[in-house]
Design a protein around this ligand. Structure first.
Ligand code: ADP
Ligand code: ZN
Length: 726
């Protein structure tokens, strides 16, 4: 028997299958989709079996498959075709498609690692009479006798209960033997958590979703409308049919609360899957899924690839979230992958959000998606009152960070023992450091941006490449003592609050305070327990969190996201601010939101303050229409990257000419221009944007271009289908 093996090799060019002989000892285990190790050149490398055949015409020089990576690591038929779909959507190599679909920890180098975790037990290995005889004949071996006596009463005991030298003696005498049992690192118990009695809106939404039928639903529910309860009861229905469910959540900081809700209700029927798990934990959770031991998977983007059989529903919570698109190769969107699986299994796909992406809402409006709406919060809770504060006026009063209104309201909540969330979408202390004497500004030598000052570590850092430099007392250029920092980051905000309200207990959550495993959960749990009064942080505090005591939300600088030059910045700002506003007043006490801005008349901010999604949607859709942007047009961004500026510039012009010659005449080709992050890590990037409605040649042409640069070691091409940023 012979196997066609798709091999993983670091050179870009190799993305094809090679035929290997299947050795006799592996005949029963080799299947299509399994990961194997094969000899290639003088190395042993990873591969996937893509086909098995009985005959092969030229067996002369064939090598044999070396071994299996893990007998459980098999992509089933559905996932193999999903891999092909992923490849067609992103133009990645087939091997990287398959590789993406398996947990990265399971990517084996040349050495095999066994991730399985075992408990070792000891049990008797001889009959009772022989054991008793030993006990009688060795009265002074007290420790050995103790173990034997215990094992006469209980069939097995954990080996590490006893000193190893004692158990070793007994093992050597063959009086006892060792047994191993695989265990999972993560376990969870069901707490009898009662289902909520659904509100009329929730009931209507739930009943509108038809199981066992392929449909995509948009569940448009305002913050606090109780979407999670709908998800849970929907999943319960699916599990009752003995089918399975995948629920995607946008990021790990949100998973804590949702995972707890699901654990409490469904107990060990839930596996979780996200990047913050250790390799071993990931392996265990993957095994639970493969072995069919769980019905429910909750996880971030890559959980869409988990090998659940017999799927009954896929739910994508906070569907507008940009984390669902992978921003490195292969640049896939989880929603596309979910649509494929929903089609494959003929099952519902539910997209939930308070602020759906424009693309999704447009499809709902056209009737492509079924629209379900939950316009009210649960119970007596109402959406918070939002006030926009004009910071140009506050500046005149020398309130540069906190307006008087926000300051007063914070004091008020502190007095009432309520909690506050402050959003500032910039980490670090200040955003740049400049010399007031000569104008020198600290910049990254490798990238095209200014360095951010971090006061705690007294250094300046590049947030793109990680370059770090100590801040001097004097200007590195003119040596005057006149360095000043401008712009506001979370560190400085924290310091300011500590200064003006020293009794307030403040906790900061941003990429700098959440580097360690478990730190997200820790911050969230401690804030929930009211060990802190104020939670301040970047966008990671904006979504999904449910703290009943939070009655005030402050947005320190709404312009930070609004002023980014990207056609989606309005949409991003609307959703970020609506989400963070949605953290306020989620229980009985009504909430309030303060948005600080230099642009108080901005239309997007006005829509946020009126909680008017549809008004924003219509306004933004007309902008997109005028400018030929999505959802009216599809976009592809194409970048040429190289360390050599001249070369990159020359190649992008060639690409442009090629596109112009080969694409449909209705397709719009913009550029070339320098990319928005022009230089990162000493690599220069030029960009072309392609806008199209229908172009049957486009993907073929892109594929050709991609292949053209495959062997070019000096120039890289990056193709992004439906890019989030342009
Ligand atoms: P969303 O995800 O839509 O923002 P959540 O699912 O977090 O809203 O629900 C908001 C709050 O309402 C949660 O504390 C949740 O436990 C509670 N809740 C949801 N549904 C009900 C219900 N039917 N009855 C009572 N409380 C509910
Ligand atoms: Zn840099």
């Amino acid at each position: 028997m012979y196997a066609e093996v798709l091999i993983e090799y670091s050179a870009k060019a190799i993305d094809k299958t090679f035929t290997y002989k299947i050795p006799d000892n592996l005949k029963n285990d080799i299947k299509i989709g399994i990961k194997v190790l094969v000899p290639f050149g003088n190395k042993i490398i990873n591969g996937f079996v893509t086909n098995i055949k009985d005959t092969y015409e030229d067996t002369f020089a064939l090598k044999e498959i070396d071994s299996l990576v893990d007998k459980y690591l098999v992509l089933n038929q559905e996932l193999m075709s999903l891999g092909e779909y992923l490849q067609s959507k992103t133009l990645c190599t087939k091997i990287s498609a398959y590789q993406t679909m398996l947990p990265s920890s399971l990517k084996v180098k040349t050495q095999k690692t066994d991730y399985s975790k075992y408990l070792t037990y000891i049990e008797l290995n001889q009959n009772e009479m022989d054991i008793n005889e030993y006990i009688v004949n060795n009265p002074r071996r007290k420790k050995q006798i103790e173990i034997l006596n215990t094992l006469l009463k209980t069939p097995k005991v954990l080996k590490n209960t006893y000193d190893s030298y004692v158990t070793k003696q007994l093992l050597n005498l063959n009086l006892i033997k060792e047994t191993k049992e695989q265990i999972y690192r993560l376990t969870n118990q069901k707490i009898t958590d009662k289902k909520a009695v659904l509100s009329p809106d929730q009931k209507k939404a739930l009943n509108s979703i038809t199981l066992n039928e392929e449909n995509t639903y948009l569940l448009h529910g305002v913050t606090g409308s109780g979407k999670t309860e709908v998800y849970m009861q929907l999943i319960e229905k699916v599990v009752k049919q003995n089918k399975t469910a995948i629920m995607l959540v946008p990021e790990i900081s949100l998973t804590t609360q949702i995972i707890n809700n699901f654990y409490n209700r469904f107990g060990s029927d839930v596996a979780i899957f996200h990047s913050a798990l250790s390799d071993g934990e990931k392996y265990d959770e993957y095994l639970k899924i493969l072995r069919g031991e769980v019905h429910i998977v909750i996880g971030t983007r890559s959980a869409i690839f988990t090998p659940l059989q017999n799927l009954g529903v896929i739910i994508i919570d906070e569907e507008h979230s940009e984390t669902y698109k992978q921003d490195t190769n292969p640049r896939y969107h989880a929603l596309d992958m979910a649509a494929f699986r929903s089609h494959y299994h003929k099952i519902p796909l539910v997209l939930g959000s308070a602020t759906p992406s424009l693309e999704t809402m447009a499809r709902a409006q056209k009737g492509v998606y079924k629209y379900l709406s939950m316009p009210n919060r649960i119970g007596s809770s109402v959406l918070p009152k939002v006030e926009i504060v004009d910071m140009t006026e506050e500046m005149k009063k020398r309130n540069t960070i906190l307006s008087s209104s926000l300051k007063n309201k914070i004091f008020d909540r502190l007095n009432k023992k309520e909690q506050i969330i402050l959003l500032l979408n910039r980490r670090g202390y200040s955003t740049f450091v400049t010399c007031r004497a000569c104008g020198y500004t600290y910049k990254c030598p490798h990238c095209d941006i200014t360095l951010t000052y971090h006061k705690t570590s007294n250094n300046l850092r590049c947030h793109y490449c990680g370059y770090t430099v100590i801040k001097n007392d004097t200007c590195p250029s003119c040596h005057e003592k006149s360095l000043a920092d401008y712009g506001l980051g979370t560190e400085k905000l924290e310091q300011e609050i500590n200064k003006i309200m020293p009794s307030a207990r403040v906790i900061r959550m941003d990429a700098d305070t959440t580097r360690n495993k478990g730190s997200h959960e820790d911050i969230i749990n401690r804030f929930k327990k009211h060990e802190y009064d104020i939670l301040l942080g970047t966008q990671m505090i904006s979504k999904g969190l449910d703290f009943p005591l939070v009655t005030l939300v402050g947005v320190i600088n709404a312009d930070a996201t609004l002023n980014i030059p990207d056609f989606r910045s309005g949409e991003r700002t609307f959703s970020l601010l609506s989400q963070v506003a949605g953290r306020a007043g989620r229980s009985k006490i009504p909430g309030e939101v303060i948005i600080q801005t230099m642009n108080p008349d901005n239309f997007t901010l006005k829509c946020v303050s009126n909680h008017d999604y549809m008004k924003f949607y219509n306004y933004e859709m007309s902008n997109r229409h005028k400018l030929d942007y999505p959802p009216y047009y599809f976009l592809v961004s194409l970048k040429i990257a190289s360390k050599d500026y001249e070369l990159a510039s020359k190649e992008i012009t060639k690409v442009k000419n090629y596109l112009t010659k080969n694409l449909d005449s209705n397709t719009i080709i913009l550029g070339p221009t320098t990319a928005s992050m022009f230089k990162i890590n000493n690599i220069y990037r030029f960009q072309i944007i392609i806008k199209y409605k229908k172009d049957s040649k486009l993907f073929l042409v892109l594929k050709e271009l991609d292949e053209l640069y495959m062997n070019n070691l000096k120039v890289n091409i990056e193709i992004d289908n439906n890019p989030l940023q342009v």
